[in-house]
Design a protein around this ligand. Structure first.
Ligand code: FSO
Ligand code: SF4
Length: 552
């Protein structure tokens, strides 16, 4: 195995014996093979579209879910990957047939041109799959810079796929997003592409990420209403509870509906915290507060929660035996030996009965915190306060906004973000989204004229809100360029959704982003130089000097 897609990769170089995340070599290789086959599938969908043929929506969805399944901490089950690999082979064969047919119609003969191996390799057995899976990983691309650009593109696409999947589940889709995912995948097999062409694709990936986050924002807000600033309770009640983690709001809604009147309470964990701010969920009395911190603390917290835990997406940490039987995965998430809630039938709902019934037999959660946190400051809530914000900027009460969105992670060097939050002057406001907020959202940082100093826009995908806010602010203060605004960026990254968000910020024209706690291992020296020269990206460094620069 070789995997360097996340920030916690071994020695900031690559995991090559077992993932720091717990991913086994077998699963890592199978994920590589699935991505390889998705590239093969995409080769055909590109050819079909070039010949004005139609690609079925099932194929679009399969490619999207396949990409999503390989995001860090989503799925650790070899069986699931064998299934998806089998499906990918079948889909690829159908597409190959469709391609030949279209070609014959157009040219009156069979297509006999070259095809990449990913479009033709076919296994005879599971052993063939196992062997091939060892060959087709990241290191197959020898040139370090080409590899770096290809992987940067693939990781951006994985993030896009995750967001597009949430939007799809809520019935919101966009053809060009599906097409770009496949275009990008197929492009990584194209040996003729120059470095500049690949770089341009990476930037296009950023545009696509912004479009996808906008689509998801529309999907979420049109279904559940605009998030409202909400004070979220951190304490627990005395009834059994179900803890929901991950990002999928549809799962959350269905579980709330199905558990109403059942004598159990629902709590949010990690990236599900922002669900607390949606008007549609507030009507449920058994919807309680948030339990615990960000994803990496789950071993301790799930143990103490006592009740079932539903993982709707990432971030799963390999569970301890003591609570493994209380974990449920759903959607593309999976873990060997953990119960899985099956997909909803067409037009129907998922059936969360096993989770609800299991909850009834458990003890109430052990309280681990008290007090509250604020969330729900997405773009609509901020727009409603635009006048007050602009006034506070103009009269000098607010000197600067510091965007500290992104991820949290388990390593100690992320205390940097807590320290920065503490060190920022009292007239600075932190804009956040994603699980990075857990490094400072429980600090007493006060407010500026009633505006809290930590404004949480929501999940990582709600980073889109921050782009909207920057654009609106530019209009309000008549700035030509968003880089002329009093906004600085100190971004924490961990997995591939954060890569998509980062590329999205670059596409939106944001310069001088600080990125930490380390720069991605998959950026080669030359690719890093391009990002530094073109966008002024810099690694985070000392707290004091960074605060100085962020406030300059
Ligand atoms: Fe990831 Fe971060 Fe949002 Fe977390 S960006 S790691 S728990 O915020 O999930 O997808
Ligand atoms: Fe390592 Fe991260 Fe890949 Fe897991 S996802 S194997 S921790 S690089």
């Amino acid at each position: 195995m070789f995997c360097y897609q996340c920030q916690e990769t071994a020695k900031n170089t690559g995991c090559d014996t077992r993932g720091v995340c717990g991913k086994s070599p077998e699963v890592s290789n199978l994920q590589d093979l699935l991505i390889y086959l998705l590239k093969g599938v995409s080769t055909y969908t590109e050819m079909i579209r070039d010949m004005d043929g139609e690609v079925s929506r099932d194929v679009d969805v399969f490619v999207m879910k396949g990409l999503f399944s390989t995001v860090t901490n989503v799925n650790f089950s070899a069986d699931d990957f064998y299934d998806w690999i089998g499906e990918a082979l079948e889909i690829r064969e159908e597409l190959a047939g469709q391609c030949q047919e279209l070609y014959r119609e157009k040219h009156g003969e069979e297509y006999t041109g070259d095809l990449p191996e990913a479009a033709t390799w076919t296994p005879d057995s599971d052993e063939d799959i196992e062997e091939k899976a060892k060959e087709v990983g990241v290191l197959q691309t020898e040139n370090e810079d080409v590899r770096s650009l290809r992987e940067l593109l693939i990781y951006g696409l994985k993030g896009i796929a995750a967001y597009a999947d949430h939007a799809y589940i809520l019935g919101h889709e966009q053809d060009d997003i599906y097409e770009f995912m496949q275009h990008g995948l197929a492009a990584t097999l194209d040996e003729s592409l120059s470095g500049d062409e690949l770089t341009n694709l990476v930037l296009e990936c950023g545009d696509c990420a912004v479009d996808t986050m906008a689509l998801l924002d529309e999907a979420n807000t049109s279904t559940y209403g605009h998030p409202e600033p909400t004070e979220v309770d951190l304490s627990t009640d005395d009834r059994p509870g179900i803890l929901v983690s991950g990002h999928d709001l549809k799962d959350f809604e269905e579980l709330l509906e199905q558990s109403e009147g059942e004598g159990v309470d629902i709590y949010t964990h990690g990236e599900m915290l922002p669900a607390q701010a949606y008007p549609a969920f507030k009507k449920y009395d058994h919807f309680k507060g948030n339990y615990g911190g960000s994803w990496w603390k789950q071993k301790e917290e799930f143990e103490k929660f006592n009740g079932p835990i539903l993982m709707t997406t990432n971030c799963i940490v390999p569970p301890k035996d003591s609570y493994k039987d209380r974990i449920y995965t759903t959607g593309v998430a999976g873990f060997e030996g953990v119960s899985h809630i099956e997909d909803r039938p067409e037009g129907g709902s998922k059936d969360f009965t096993p989770v609800i019934e299991a909850a009834k037999k458990t003890k109430p959660p052990q309280e681990i915190e008290s007090g509250s946190v604020m969330t729900g400051f997405a773009h609509n809530a901020l727009s409603e306060r635009a006048d007050a914000v602009v006034e506070a900027i103009q009269n000098g009460d607010i000197s600067r906004f510091v965007v500290m969105s992104g991820c949290d992670g388990r390593f100690k060097d992320r205390e940097y973000f807590t320290e920065v939050a503490k060190e920022l002057p009292e007239d600075a406001i932190i804009l956040t989204s994603g699980c990075a907020k857990f490094r400072y959202n429980k600090l007493e940082l006060g407010d500026i004229g009633g505006i809290p100093r930590v404004l949480d826009a929501g999940q990582c995908n709600d980073s889109y809100s921050l782009v909207v806010v920057a654009k609106k602010l530019a209009e309000a203060v008549d700035a030509d360029d968003i880089n002329d605004l009093p906004i600085s960026y100190d971004i924490a990254w961990y997995e591939q959704k954060a890569v998509a968000v980062l590329l999205g910020l670059l596409a939106a024209g944001v310069k001088d982003i600080k990125l930490g706690p380390t720069l991605p291992a998959f950026l080669s020296e030359n690719v890093t130089s391009v990002l530094v020269d073109k966008f002024g990206i810099a690694p985070t460094s000392g707290v004091q000097e960074d605060v100085k620069e962020l406030m300059a």
